[in-house]
Design a protein around this ligand. Structure first.
Ligand code: ZN
Length: 152
């Protein structure tokens, strides 16, 4: 009997190891002005932002709000060449991307590339909120901009 139980448990453990996306880390929302939008989100959620951070390399200013295990990231362009500025011109304010927390971003990038996903970043780069990140192109994800992130 003990023998049968151990056979059933081992495959489940190895399945968990293969599944490297741990959870939704945050939802990214493009806004014209963090100064204007942040108080709206803080009032809506009843929580203050724990961090406002500029990511110079991406020409974005970000603000993070934690709600339980979930986070909201507001993104404002700091330069007209920013991808956020282009997104706002085309689509206006609102949902921008979903970010998944992964155990090992390099392994996950290679795995996704190998099965045919198009990645915007083929190697991880420094992102906001102490993460290393990589984006997948919406062309290969049914139109959704997806960010992978891992704690630094
Ligand atoms: Zn993000």
């Amino acid at each position: 009997m003990d023998f049968i139980i151990s056979i059933l448990i081992i495959p489940q453990k190895s399945l968990l190891k293969i599944n490297m996306v741990k959870k939704i880390e945050h939802i990214g929302i493009a806004v014209s002005s963090i100064e204007k939008s942040l108080p709206v989100y803080e009032a809506l959620l009843g929580v203050k932002s724990y961090k406002v951070e500029v990511v110079e390399s991406e020409f974005v200013k970000t603000a993070f709000i934690q709600i339980g295990e979930s986070k909201i990231e507001l993104l404002e362009a700091t330069n007209p060449e920013s991808t956020i500025a282009k997104f706002l011109d085309k689509r206006g304010q609102g949902f921008h991307h979903i970010a998944f927390d992964v155990d090992n971003i390099k392994v996950e990038i290679d795995r996704l590339k190998e099965i045919g996903f198009e990645l915007i970043h083929l190697s991880p780069k420094s992102g906001a909120d102490n993460k290393i990140i990589a984006f997948l192109h919406p062309k290969s994800t049914e139109g959704l901009l997806i960010e992978l992130c891992q704690d630094k």
